[in-house]
Each structure stands twice: as structure tokens, then as C-alpha cells.
Design a protein around this ligand. Structure first.
Ligand SMILES: C[S@@+](CC[C@H](N)C(=O)[O-])C[C@H]1O[C@@H](n2cnc3c(N)ncnc32)[C@H](O)[C@@H]1O
Length: 245
């Protein structure tokens, strides 16, 4: 059997999704995550799905390449989002490498299927705040979060569930900042960072906050140039709040 070499982002997701009886990898593309997990005995079986045929061909190629008889532990399905799953079929669902809004839309389109998994391992490439907001509004607990680097980009991984497993995972909670009597500012801190990430402060948390500060400084500078003083003021308030975390 040829051992797959995977990125730090996929390694982190594998660690967070380990222990699944049936793992569904939605939008699997090359199938690296589930195939790596099967090779390493981290899961019993996997459903690899994609909305396009060519990514499933990539996954078939990976399966052929690694060998080792993983065909009978994998099921490849061509369909949109959670459509190829039945309720309760997968105890762990991974949706990774897509925008936060698309991940939210996929979960929203099949709420019963999403909620039936014990664990959702979600990796938004963009708009992670939209995804956190969706999770908060739909009564999911954020169990943990990690930040990893891949090809020079910070990647957020969010693990959510309808159950908090007796832990201290919090539902919708406004992060308090010294001067956060501004609702927009509170919403920004809640969705862009969230109480869980703030409590955990995983490795790379400071780089993550520094990146957010840079973005807000740019927004403030652009807004000042364009005479949008309210936008500039809010962006600078965000910078202050981020610096205070
Ligand atoms: C950038 S790749 C990510 C691959 C892998 N999940 C990862 O994180 O490395 C995104 C994949 O999601 C698939 N995809 C996009 N929208 C989808 C949807 N609504 N349902 C299922 N798959 C989707 C694309 O076809 C593509 O293969």
C-alpha cells in the first residue's frame, strides 16, 4: 500500500474527525482526507461525495494509486451537498475547502441529515463568520476550533455538533470587549472570532488576529479615502477591540 502524504490542514481535520464509524466527506475532490484516514485506521468506512464527476474520478485515481483494498470501505456518490446521504447514515460529516456561505447552505438544505451526525468537521476557506453565525442561529455547539497554515494561508477548522457532550461549549454568546456597547462590533467579534476560539486560543491565534487587524486597517484607510466616516470609525473600533483580545 502506498502511503499518502497530506497537508497540515488535512492532518488536523483527520485528527478532529478520527473515530468515525462512517465518515462522509462532502466535496471530497481527490479523496485525500478519507483515504488517508482509512489507511491509518482512523475510521471504519467512508462515503466520498461530490457534486461534480471529475473530482470523483480524482478520488478513484487516488484509491487506485494507494491500493491496499480500500474499495470495499469506500462508497463514491455523485450528488449535491448532503443529498446523497440518508438521515443518520454518517456519524461524522466533513465539509472542507469551500466558502463559509456554501457550507452553511449545504447544512441548511438538509437540516435533519446535518443534525443527525454526531460531529461536523467544517473548514471554510472564506467567510467563516457567516458559518459561525449559521451554527449559532441553528443551535449547534462549537466543540472546538483549530487554525492551521496551508500554503501560506491561515485555515480555520470548526467542529460543531447539536450535542455539547457535557463540555463547556457555548451556544450563541456575545464576546465582550471593553468598549463593545456597539451591536455591530459585538456581532463582528461573535461571528469572526467567537467565544470558543477566544477561550481555546489555539496555536496561530495571534497570527489570525493580526490578519484580521490588517484587514480592518485596510477597510478603515479605504473608507477614510472615500469619505465614508461611519465605516472608517467602525473598522477602527474593530481594530481596537481586536487589539484588546
Ligand atoms: C476545493 S475542493 C475541496 C476538496 C477537499 N474537500 C479539501 O478540503 O481539500 C471543493 C470540492 O467541493 C465540490 N463541491 C462544490 N460544491 C459542492 C456541493 N454543493 N456539494 C458537493 N460538493 C461540492 C467541488 O466539486 C470540489 O471538488
Amino acid at each position: 500500500m502506498q502511503i499518502l502524504k497530506i497537508t497540515e490542514r488535512l492532518e488536523a481535520m483527520a485528527r478532529l474527525a478520527a473515530g468515525a464509524e462512517v465518515l462522509a466527506d462532502i466535496g471530497t475532490d481527490h479523496g485525500y482526507l478519507p483515504i488517508h484516514m482509512l489507511q491509518n485506521g482512523l475510521i471504519k468506512s467512508a462515503i466520498l461525495t461530490d457534486v461534480n464527476e471529475w473530482p470523483l474520478d480524482n478520488a478513484r485515481r487516488t484509491l487506485g494509486l494507494v491500493g491496499g483494498g480500500l474499495w470495499d470501505k469506500t462508497d463514491l456518490r455523485l450528488e449535491d451537498g448532503l443529498a446523497p446521504l440518508s438521515v443518520g447514515e454518517a456519524d461524522t460529516i466533513v465539509i472542507a475547502g469551500m466558502g463559509g456561505e456554501l457550507i452553511s447552505d449545504i447544512l441548511a438544505a438538509a437540516p435533519e441529515k446535518a443534525a443527525s451526525a454526531k460531529k461536523l468537521v467544517l473548514q471554510p476557506r472564506t467567510r467563516s463568520g457567516e458559518l459561525r453565525k449559521f451554527l449559532f442561529m441553528n443551535q449547534y455547539f462549537i466543540l472546538t476550533e483549530e487554525i492551521v497554515m496551508e500554503n501560506g494561508h491561515l485555515c480555520e477548522i470548526i467542529v460543531a455538533s447539536k450535542e455539547d457532550f457535557g463540555g463547556d461549549a457555548k451556544r450563541y454568546e456575545i464576546v465582550s470587549a471593553e468598549d463593545a456597547d456597539n451591536v455591530e462590533l459585538k456581532q463582528f467579534l461573535t461571528s469572526e472570532i467567537g467565544s470558543r476560539l477566544l477561550a481555546i486560543r489555539p496555536p496561530l491565534f495571534s497570527s489570525f488576529i493580526e490578519h484580521k487587524i490588517d484587514v480592518q486597517k485596510k477597510i478603515a484607510a479605504e473608507a477614510q479615502k472615500g469619505g465614508a466616516s461611519d465605516t472608517a470609525e467602525l473598522a477602527l473600533a474593530k481594530v481596537e477591540a481586536l487589539l484588546a483580545l
